[in-house]
Design a protein around this ligand. Structure first.
Ligand SMILES: [Zn+2]
Length: 644
């Protein structure tokens, strides 16, 4: 392997976990199918059907879009091309990379010369890093060195503004990456200036001021009228849901630089506060497109989902005690992410709702999004998500496994995959076979030409009691939820580790005491009969509305103390479409009662009745399927108590 994991260089903090370069981890099984679906869907065809990344892109020397869309697309296209080893996609990716590398001026700047905004360059640097990791292209290191030298010479007189000011963490991420490669101290000076010019996310998350939906504080129309005042612009960015999702990694990066505990605490508080005041059952928080409170009829923008995943990956790699964050990453990746796409990944939503009972062009209680924000299409509302969605599954694959500082390997989040790493100069491969997150069983097979000693760590999620591990059939003991289990041994070719993570049905409490039903990392949603109506566009890249053809206003009949007693579970093989509504890998059946006065309001499920609700309607049988597969759904249910 040309490209080995790089640990932090002093004075950056030493961490237990070390990111593996792109190309160390490959998707297999259902995850491989999911990436193939992505390549056959929007990612593999976007250049043909969407002008902003077409041949006239400013990032290919044309007169078209010259801001964030080309770089966003590359940030997902490049890893997808190499993870699938897809010649045609690699060729496409090279075209963008070559133009970008050749665009560098004598001073060191790069990109479309008619747009000097720092922000899109932050994104392109992340794409270049992945290109370097996959290819060892020697041009990249020198290019980045020269660019950061240019940035240091110019950033004081042309400081970060607008989106760049909100998103400086992305800039620091790339600066640290290069610093770890070449150790030039001017890079740390630059990182320090970028940190100081970036919105003060540490203060925002520590003294969290947004404990209500942003509509409570600011009327958007009025907000727009006064938008020329500097303080208003800062305010606007500080509660914009995508900025918030990205900003969470800023204290993480500052912690790396200073080692100060308050930055670690700011990350913890960020996630606690966002969950407490804006959290919903799919693992993230609302924002349509500013923080929107806990009502599950509010929306979450797809860009926030993919960026939250990338922030979580940075957080997980930085902190040794990261189980809670890895649990959240799995929840977002296995629920919120697939929910935002049609099964063929040829269309996406801008805003998704946790309780989503009608997908149509209509007025909803969004803060500032337009009427088409929840339809499935090529570019609902605004094209940022069309460009930015491609990074999510690909970065997820890269971050399934980390190297560890004690010369070992750690499984962080689980999915079928294989990882290749050199340990003590010996090539080691671990193959992970599983239907997780749908199944409980994970089998790791170690391949190595010679015997090699190293620690293998396995994450035991917080939700998992009674986890089991066997090494070559021999059972290990003291498997504790919420920890890493470390197996240190001399590994031999063919050694097998079996991990079982029993998935009991659990509930969680949300807005108006509603409940979510969860099993492992999967959230379950009421299956509603869907009627898909094509609005416009050419299949398969058309725009779609979805209408409910069966009732949705159900309260579950359950006792939250013993949810296991109220659901029957059916598990089947994962089909070629992992998040399929017709063939879901896991189905739950339960009893529920209709809540007659819970109706459509403003084209969304009306205000949730406060649970437990008293109902004298008859119980009916209902079916729940994985949230990501249910494009119409209720996933935060009211509940009613069973008769004693
Ligand atoms: Zn977006």
């Amino acid at each position: 392997m040309s490209n080995s994991p790089t640990a932090n260089r002093e004075p950056l903090s030493k961490t237990l976990f070390i990111e593996l370069p792109l190309g160390s981890v490959y998707p297999e099984g259902w995850l491989g199918n999911q990436l193939t679906i992505q390549a056959n869907g929007l990612t593999g065809h976007l250049e043909e059907i969407w002008d902003p990344v077409g041949p006239n892109s400013g990032w290919l020397g044309g007169t078209g879009e010259n801001w964030e869309r080309g770089p966003y697309y590359c940030d997902g296209l490049i890893p997808l091309a190499y993870l699938l080893n897809a010649e045609d996609l690699i060729k496409r990716a090279e075209k963008w990379i070559n133009w970008t590398l050749n665009s560098q001026t004598r001073e060191g700047n790069f990109g479309p010369p008619n747009n000097l905004d720092w922000w899109p360059r932050m994104v392109m640097l992340k794409a270049l890093i992945q290109h370097y990791e996959a290819t060892s292209d020697s041009r990249v290191i020198e290019f980045m060195w020269k660019y950061f030298d240019y940035q240091l010479k110019n950033i004081e007189k042309r400081p970060l503004e607008g989106w760049a000011m909100a998103r400086g963490a992305e800039n620091i991420y790339s600066i640290f990456w290069l610093y770890n490669k070449i150790g030039e101290s001017f890079l740390l000076d630059l990182a320090d200036i970028v940190f100081k010019q970036t919105l003060d996310w540490v203060d925002i998350f520590t003294n969290f001021p947004y404990t209500r939906p942003i509509s409570f504080y600011y009327d958007f129309q009025k907000f727009r009228e006064v938008f020329n005042k500097v303080q208003d612009i800062i305010n606007y960015h500080s509660h914009h849901v995508v900025n918030v999702a990205m900003g969470i990694k800023l204290p993480t990066l500052r912690y790396l630089y200073t080692g100060e505990q308050r930055y670690k605490k700011a990350v913890k508080l960020a996630i606690e506060n966002l969950t407490r005041y804006h959290g919903v059952a799919n693992g993230i928080f609302t924002g349509d497109e500013h923080l929107s409170g806990k009502d599950p009829s509010q929306g979450t923008e797809l860009c926030a989902i993919v960026e939250y995943m990338f922030s979580l990956q940075n957080i997980i790699k930085t902190f040794n005690n990261n189980i809670e964050y890895a649990d959240i990453l799995e929840k977002v990746a296995y629920n919120a992410l697939p929910a935002a796409f049609t099964e063929d990944m040829c269309a996406h939503q801008y805003d998704q709702q946790v309780n989503q009972v009608l997908v149509s062009v209509a007025k909803r209680n969004w803060y500032n999004n337009t009427d088409d924000s929840n339809i499935f299409g090529l570019e609902p509302h605004f094209g940022c998500c069309t460009a930015n969605m491609h990074q999510a599954w690909t970065k997820f694959v890269k971050n399934l496994w980390f190297a560890t500082e004690d010369n070992g390997l750690s499984a962080i989040v689980y999915a079928p995959s294989s990882v290749n790493i050199k340990i003590n100069n010996i090539d080691v491969k671990v193959r992970e076979e599983t239907e997780y997150p749908f199944g409980e069983q994970i089998k790791f097979t170690i391949s190595c030409k010679e015997t090699v000693a190293f620690p293998l760590r396995l994450r035991i999620p917080n939700w998992c009691q009674n986890g089991e591990i066997k090494v070559n059939g021999k059972r290990l003991s003291n498997i504790a939820a919420g920890s890493y289990y470390k197996i240190t041994k001399e590994w031999q070719d063919g050694d097998i580790v079996e991990l079982r993570l029993p998935m009991k049905i659990r509930t969680n409490s949300w807005f108006n005491n509603s409940v979510s039903v969860e099993r492992g990392p999967i959230v379950f949603a009421l299956k509603i009969k869907e009627e898909w109506k094509k609005l416009s566009g050419q299949k398969p890249f058309a725009d779609w509305e979805v209408y409910p053809k069966s009732p949705w206003n159900y309260a579950l009949v359950i006792d939250k103390e013993s949810p296991e007693d109220y659901f029957s579970v059916e598990v089947s093989d994962v089909s070629d479409v992992p998040f399929s509504s017709a063939n879901p890998p896991v189905t739950l059946r339960s009893k529920a009662k209709r809540v007659e006065n819970w109706e459509l309001e403003n084209n969304s499920a009306g205000k949730l009745p406060i649970s437990p609700v008293c109902l004298d309607t008859e119980p009916e049988d209902v079916t729940l399927i994985p949230y990501g597969a249910a494009k119409l759904r209720i996933a935060q249910f009211p509940y009613t108590l069973p008769k004693k």
